[in-house]
Design a protein around this ligand. Sequence first.
Ligand SMILES: O=C(O)CCC(=O)C(=O)O
Length: 250
Amino acid sequence: MANLSMVDKQFFKDNGYLIKRSVLSCDQVEAARNSLWSGIDADRDDPSTWVGAGPRVPCSGSDPAINATVNESPVFSMMEEMVGHDQLQSGVPGPHLVFPSGDDQWSEPKHGHLDGYYTPTNGVPEGTVGYMTLNVTIYVEDIAPRGGCFTVFPGTHKMAHEYFKTKSLLSVRGGSSQEIWSDEEMPKAVEFTGNRGDVCFWHGQMVHSGTKNVNENIRMALIGRFRRKDSSDICFETPEDMWKYWEGIQ
Ligand SMILES: O=C(O)CCC(=O)C(=O)O
C-alpha cells in the first residue's frame, strides 16, 4: 500500500521538501535515542549538562537502531515511491546533533548550501562533487522553533535546476547559495519543527542550513543521503524535465 498521496508528491514537487509526521514507531525512536545517549558526554537526566555538550556524532549510522530508522521503517519505501521502485542505492542515516547553546541570540538564516561540495573540513575531495537524489532528516527528539531545526529554502531545487542548465555542477564553491543568488533572490527559510518520529524528505539539490539551538532540548536528528543507482551516469546531465529520473512523481 502506498504511503504517500498525490497531494504529498505534488507538495514535494512544488517545494522540494515534504514533512511526514509519526513515521517511526515509539520503540524505534526510543532505541535510536538510547544509541545516541550511549555516546553523549552529558547526564541524560540533567538538562543543565546538555548545554554545549557533545559530540555532534555520538554513534555510527550503522548502529542497528540508527540504521533501522530508515531500513526497518516506512522511510526507504516512501523515498522509493518518489524516485521509483529499486532505483535508489541503499544507505544509512548519520546522527547530527545540535546541543543547546546556553544563550538566546538567534537569527534566521538568509542562505544555506547544497550538499556534496568540497569545504576544507567536510571530507569531500577537492574538484569533485557528490550527487544526491533524495535526502531525509529524521527527528528522534521533539524540536520547537529555534531549537536547532534543520532548515530548508523552499523552491531552491527548481532554482538550482535552472542554474545547472547553463552552469557546471562544479561551479558552486563550497555549495554555498551565496555563490549563486543574492539575499533578495533567496526564499524565506522554513524551520522543520516537529516531534520525535517525524521525518522531512528533501530534494538532493535543495538549499538547506543548520541553525543555532537556543532551546533546552538537544536537536537529535538523523540525516540520510541517497542517490539513484545510475547516479554516476546521470549526475552531469540536467534534463529539461527535472523529474525525468523520478519515476514515482513524474
Ligand atoms: O544539522 C543540520 O540541521 C544541517 C546539516 C547540514 O546542513 C548538512 O549536513 O549538510
